[in-house]
Unconditional design. Structure first.
Length: 120
């Protein structure tokens, strides 16, 4: 049930609430092999979290819950990657951009320290 503007004004007591909705993200471009690579990306990240938790020796109480949550995440991500591929955005691309930005900040800091006369 959608409310009209007059009904919203009546509900809120005369004050109008304005909500701004973003434009939906455009569909991802399709290219050969995208569905397979999206499936690998969708399952790889939850699997990486499970492997990471299994490597930590004191995480005995976290292994089973993290594995269950990761399996559910992998299932839903995989179904989205296969059946709704035009809406799937790669996590690996986002993580790679984040670490590239982090490396760029590190290089700039290193150059700033190297060029600074106070450190020498």
């Amino acid at each position: 049930m959608r409310l009209r503007a007059e009904q919203l004004v009546a509900i809120t007591g005369g004050a109008m609430i304005v909500l701004v909705q973003r434009e939906p993200r455009p569909d991802a471009p399709y290219w050969p092999g995208r569905r397979l690579l999206a499936a690998v990306d969708a399952v790889g990240w939850p699997l990486a979290w499970v492997v990471l938790v299994h490597q930590y020796p004191q995480a005995a109480g976290l292994v089973v819950p993290v594995t269950i949550v990761a399996a559910l995440c992998a299932f839903f991500r995989l179904s989205g990657a296969i059946f709704n591929n035009h809406r799937y955005w790669f996590t690996s691309w986002w993580v790679a951009r984040f670490f590239a930005l982090l490396a760029l900040v590190g290089v700039v800091m290193k150059l700033a320290l190297w060029l600074s006369p106070a450190v020498q």
